[in-house]
Each structure stands twice: as structure tokens, then as C-alpha cells.
Design a protein around this ligand. Structure first.
Ligand code: UDP
Length: 445
């Protein structure tokens, strides 16, 4: 009998945020194409509008998952701690029902490492589990470093500029000031979360959406810290073209891009969560208009609205959408640069199309990515401090018109080639996926 006929089932549990659901669904597709059946556990509030794009996938709702709106109410750290506390029992119920109804056929539970409540269910039902990390290996290693710190002492020590600039052991060029804590206050609670993620883990492997050519030494360090197999099999979006957007994509921007000159357009998106202050939006809008370069700007529903006169000016010189088909936009020949908040998915997506970036990060993790984009891979310009229109205009011109931007694009294109090689036969990500599949087929129940 053909192997595909006896499909093993993989349970996927993404964190219910766009930037985590997308790569998890891509992983699901990659495993599905290797012959596994896929069950996705999602919260009621986070249904994927395009689940029709995943024929054959089973979707199960975990009743207790918190609505994402809670992030705004209580902040990301408390949200994650609460989410893990409130979901553990109902997830166990769901898995237990699934085992009764569908037979004992769960080969493995793959869960977002921030959904650490899954570890308890995996232990109880003796199902193997693997964690899935949707941020960089460097970010994960930094969280290990943080988990070992004493919050109070660290904050006092950090008043010393020498410590701020000291390189974290084995993690060059990351210095203590780069440790990704911004946006996850208070530090004490964040460190509690970092420790919970580590202590509650029962997984026997870690999948990470990165490419070894980007951060090989961090991957080695991560492997040492975790002490389990690490599978760097990114960038996952290259292997699948289907969308898992929670919002409807507005494809009218592709027609608009078709009318623009090659490499002339700045694409602007701040991802799925963050919102820019009105003052900064005004400076951005004026700087972009003054640069005389066309721009495509994602302004999500629910973002602070543009003042009317700005909205008019921006619509005359650029194109605004509520949600874009980002990968298609980045692959479009008219796009010359990406103004990004440097979320990990956006970073990988931009590199995968050889598009240089203007970096405007909000939180610590994005700042770490931005530091790598500007100083390590040298494919972008970091905007720090207060943004003013003159600085915006200069950054756009540097990126799109100057030699400096052309060199960044060349380096980004070299990385693009490396990405393509990594997912092709014999490449690092290709091999990591095969090793994972081999593990799931032989070790998974
Ligand atoms: N995205 C999109 N259309 C948009 C804006 C964003 O499809 O108009 C997608 C983008 O391709 C990426 C995800 O949303 O996959 C954002 O993830 P990222 O890690 O960059 O940032 P986050 O939203 O987690 O802050």
C-alpha cells in the first residue's frame, strides 16, 4: 500500500496572532505535502478567513482561548501568562475527545513555544511534542539569557553604559542594550514568562522559522541551550503560496503597482498589531510626499485615522490599502524598498524578495531584528529617535535613489539566492524539513 494512505496526524497549536498563525499554517502545508494529516487548534476569535485554502485540514476551536483584543487591555506579558493558564484544561479536554473520537492517531503536537500549556497535555496523553518558534534564533537565545537574570539587579546594572555596550557572551554582536525587553514591561513579569516557557516545556524538538545562513552561530547556541534537536526550516512562506490572513487582502494595489516604474515604490507596513502615533504618521506622510517617490501604505482597520488634509495628500501621491497581499507586493518589480516595523515574518519576506528596508521597530524583538538588518546583513536603514519629515525624505532617497541603497539591494539579492538554495534539494532548510519528517514518521506515535 502507498505510504500516503496511512497518514499520521499532526496537531498544530499556533499563538492566536497573525504573525504566529501564518508561519504555523505554512508549516502545516509543508507537512501535509509530505503526507501528514493536519488538525489546527484555534481560538473562537481567531478563525482564519481563508480556511477554504486549506482543504483537508481539520480546524478545532479551543473554547478558552482569549480574544486578541485582550492584548491591548492587559499588555502582551499578562496576556500570555493568562492565556496559558486559562487554556490548559480546555486543551486537554479537546485532545482527550479527539483521541476518543478519532482513535489514538496523534503522531505529534507541534505548538507555538509561547503556548506552553500544550506541554502538559502532551505529557498526560503521552503524545510527543515539538515547539515551533516564529521569531529568530538570536531572539530565542536572548530570551534564555534573560531567563537567567534577576530583574531588579539587571535594571540597576543597566544604568552603567559599560554594561549596556558589553557584548553578551557568545552572542556577538548582541550587547546587553540589545536584549529584547522593550514593550514587555514590567521586566520582572517578562522574566517570569521566559522561565515558564522553559520550565513547562516537554518537547523533544524545536522547529524554527529561520535560515541557517542568516544566524548560524545563534542556531548553534540555541541547540546547546535547548539540548534537543533544532530544525531551522525557514523561510516557510517560500514553500507555500496560500494565504492564512485573518483580514481580507486588497488586491487593487497590484494593479496600481503595475503602473509604477521598476524599483520606485516604497511599501509601508507595520505588521498586524502595532499602530503609529498620529504625530509620527504626519511626519511620515509629509516626508514620503516630499521624496516624490510613489508609495503603497497599509493602514489597517482600527488604526488611528489620518487627518483629512493628510489623507487627501497621501491619496494623491501614494496608494493606501487596509491589508495587502504582502508577499506578492514584495515580489513586484515596482517595489524598491520596504518600510517595516521589522517583525520576523516581514523581515524574512523582504529578504526572500531581495528588497532592502527602512527599519522602524516598536519593541525589543523588532529592534534586535532591525540591528541585524542594518549592521549585520547591511540591507537596511534604521530610523531611530523622533521621526521628522526631512529624515524620512532622506531615508527614502538613500534607499531608492542612492548608491548606498543599490548596495543594500545587491546584498539583499545575495541573501535571496541563499534562501532559495536553502529550500532547494540538499539545502539547509530542505534537509531540516526532511529530518523533521523522518523523526515524525519513525518516532511520532
Ligand atoms: N501582512 C500582510 N498584509 C499586510 C500586512 C502584513 O499579509 O498588509 C502579513 C505579513 O506578510 C506578515 C504578517 O502579516 O506575514 C506580519 O507578521 P510580522 O511578524 O512581520 O509582524 P507582526 O504582525 O507579528 O507584528
Amino acid at each position: 500500500m502507498e505510504k500516503r494512505a496511512e497518514k499520521k496526524r499532526i496537531v498544530l497549536v499556533p499563538l492566536p496572532l497573525q504573525g504566529h498563525i501564518t508561519p504555523m499554517m505554512q508549516l502545516g502545508q509543508a507537512l501535509n505535502s509530505k503526507g501528514f494529516s493536519i488538525t489546527v487548534f484555534l481560538g473562537e476569535f481567531n478563525r482564519i478567513s481563508s480556511s477554504k485554502h486549506f482543504p483537508g485540514f481539520q480546524f478545532i476551536t479551543i473554547p478558552e482561548i482569549l480574544p486578541v483584543a485582550e492584548v491591548e487591555a492587559i499588555g502582551p506579558v499578562e496576556f500570555l501568562i493568562k492565556l496559558n493558564k486559562t487554556s490548559e484544561a480546555s486543551f486537554k479536554d479537546c485532545v482527550s475527545q479527539m483521541l476518543i473520537q478519532q482513535g489514538n492517531d496523534i503522531a505529534c503536537i507541534i505548538y507555538d513555544d509561547l503556548m506552553y500549556f500544550c506541554g502538559a497535555a502532551a505529557n498526560e496523553f503521552k503524545v510527543p511534542s515539538i515547539i515551533f518558534c516564529t521569531t529568530s534564533a538570536t531572539h530565542k537565545v536572548c530570551n534564555y539569557v534573560l531567563s537567567k537574570l534577576n530583574a531588579e539587579k539587571f535594571l540597576i546594572d543597566m544604568e552603567d553604559p559599560d554594561l549596556q555596550n558589553k557584548v553578551v557572551e557568545n552572542l556577538h554582536p548582541v550587547s546587553f542594550k540589545d536584549l529584547p525587553i522593550g514593550g514587555f514591561e514590567p521586566l520582572e513579569r517578562f522574566l517570569v514568562l521566559c522561565r515558564e516557557i522553559i520550565t513547562k516545556r516537554s518537547a523533544c524538538g524545536a522547529i524554527i522559522n529561520t535560515v541557517s545562513c542568516l544566524e548560524s552561530s545563534s542556531l548553534t547556541l540555541l541547540q546547546q541551550e535547548l539540548g534537543i534537536s533544532v530544525y531551522p526550516l525557514g523561510p516557510l512562506h517560500i514553500t507555500t503560496k496560500e494565504t492564512s490572513s485573518l483580514l481580507e487582502e486588497d488586491r487593487s494595489c497590484i494593479e496600481w503597482l503595475n503602473k509604477q516604474k521598476p524599483r520606485s515604490v516604497i511599501y509601508i507596513s507595520m505588521g498586524s498589531i502595532f499602530d503609529i502615533e498620529t504625530k509620527e504618521v504626519l511626519e511620515m506622510a509629509n516626508g514620503l510626499c516630499d521624496s516624490n517617490q510613489p508609495f503603497l501604505w497599509v493602514i489597517r482597520p482600527g488604526s488611528k485615522p489620518l487627518p483629512e488634509e493628510v489623507s487627501k495628500m497621501v491619496s494623491e501621491k501614494g496608494f493606501i490599502v487596509k491589508w495587502a497581499p504582502q508577499n506578492e507586493v514584495l515580489a513586484h518589480p515596482a517595489v524598491g524598498g520596504f518600510w517595516s516595523h521589522c517583525g520576523w515574518n516581514s523581515t524574512l519576506e523582504s529578504i526572500a524578495e531581495g528588497v532592502p528596508m527602512i527599519c522602524r521597530p516598536f519593541n525589543g524583538e523588532q529592534k534586535l531584528n532591525a540591528m541585524y538588518i542594518e549592521s549585520v546583513w547591511r540591507i537596511g536603514i534604521l530610523l531611530q529617535g523622533e521621526v521628522e519629515r526631512g529624515g524620512v525624505e532622506r531615508a527614502v532617497k538613500r534607499l531608492i535613489m542612492d548608491e548606498e541603497g543599490a548596495s543594500m539591494r545587491e546584498r539583499a539579492l545575495v541573501l535571496k539566492e541563499k534562501f532559495n538554495a536553502s529550500v532547494s534539494s540538499g539545502g539547509s532548510s530542505y534537509n531540516a524539513l526532511n529530518e523533521l519528517v523522518n523523526y515524525l514518521e519513525t518516532e511520532g506515535k
